[in-house]
Design a protein around this ligand. Structure first.
Ligand code: TRP
Length: 331
């Protein structure tokens, strides 16, 4: 790996055994765009997946390995990018513990995602210490690699700000300039970073409104045929409102003719079924090479990729921990 390249760390929480096109557009595609010119570490955050466990704990190892297969199928190149699973690099847990000493409780309680998740928990479920500490673990993920930048969705901005603050507290406690003020890299293309689900809510497994990379063309077609369009457009000649129509939102990203399709939709010159048919064609074509590649990646191949990624991540993380221990004068 070329040491001259700016270093990038990013992560995705393990929350499902497969990724949807919203994950692709919002996270994986930006990583792929960075991989040629940066030293990249891409992590599957399985510990973070444990912070909101449901009634039955999932097979997180299976989820993580399947997601890694999706990443590679999408075009993340394991030669250019260390792809690894968080819990296989024990330094993440070690630095998390140390950084927890530099994190004020009040700050954690004010993090917007914490408040949200807390409110979403049923009354019989407790808020765990781990859920409160979610951003501390994320800070450890980041600071271990002392990165130049961290590409994330907008919703992660507060976590990243807290990570910088935690790094600064550590630096000032020991009078060092060790952890960097890394950049937050956010996509400026809103339509990609906030791709809606089939029902126009946020695309999310829990809403059952996702198009997955790893599903068949027929499954995708069926979902699009029943996707949400303009509610007031009952017949072809009724005017559509493309801004509020999931099918039009996807056309905008994947169809070279989206502008004329939107115009005709607005003017009542085309029906929703035509939009859907054209989208099915284009989207399945776009996903076809990823799906073909995905079908070829077996357990042995992903295991080799993850073992290599773990080794590269561990090399870096272990060096950081040696330096941290020295700075802290731990025995
Ligand atoms: N919290 C991030 C998310 O939900 C996932 C994540 C964990 C992460 N550790 C990270 C992202 C470190 C960037 C850097 O998407």
């Amino acid at each position: 790996m070329n040491a001259e390249r700016p270093r990038i760390l990013s992560g995705a929480r393990a929350s499902s055994p497969r990724i949807h096109i919203g994950n692709y557009e919002g996270a994986v595609k930006p990583w792929i765009d960075l991989q040629d010119d940066h030293e990249m570490y891409c992590m599957i955050a399985d510990y973070h997946g444990l912070t909101t466990l449901g009634a039955t704990p999932p097979d997180l190892g299976y989820w993580s390995r399947e997601c890694a297969k999706d990443f590679v199928a999408c075009g993340l190149d394991p030669e250019k990018c260390a792809i690894f699973i968080q819990s296989r690099v024990p330094q993440h847990a070690e630095l998390h513990l140390i950084l927890s000493m530099f994190t004020g409780l009040g700050k954690l309680e004010r993090v917007p995602t914490f408040k949200e998740k807390k409110d979403n928990l049923g009354s019989d479920q407790q808020v765990s210490y781990g859920l409160l500490g979610y951003p501390v673990l994320q800070s450890a993920d980041i600071l271990l690699y002392r990165p130049f930048g961290v590409p994330v969705g907008k919703d992660q901005a507060a976590h990243l700000e807290l990570s910088r603050e935690i790094g600064r507290s550590f630096n000032s406690a020991y009078g060092v300039d060790y952890f960097p003020d890394f950049y937050t890299i956010v996509s400026t293309d809103e339509s990609r970073s906030t791709l809606p689900g089939l029902d126009m809510r946020k695309m999310s497994k829990s809403y059952d409104n996702c198009i997955y990379i790893n599903e068949t063309a027929d499954e995708t077609a069926k979902k699009i045929m029943s996707a949400f369009t303009t509610p007031s457009k009952m017949k072809l000649s009724d005017p559509g409102i493309p801004e509020g129509c999931a099918v039009c939102q996807y056309l905008r990203l994947y169809s070279p003719n989206w502008e004329s399709q939107w115009n005709e939709d607005r003017q009542g010159l085309r029906g929703c079924v035509q939009n859907k048919r054209e989208l099915i064609e284009i989207l399945n074509e776009f996903l076809r090479p990823m799906r073909e590649r995905r079908a070829q990646i077996d357990d042995a191949e992903i295991e080799r990729i993850l073992a290599d990624g773990t080794e590269r991540a561990t090399d870096f993380a272990a060096q950081t921990m040696r330096e941290v221990r020295q700075i802290m004068r731990l025995a």
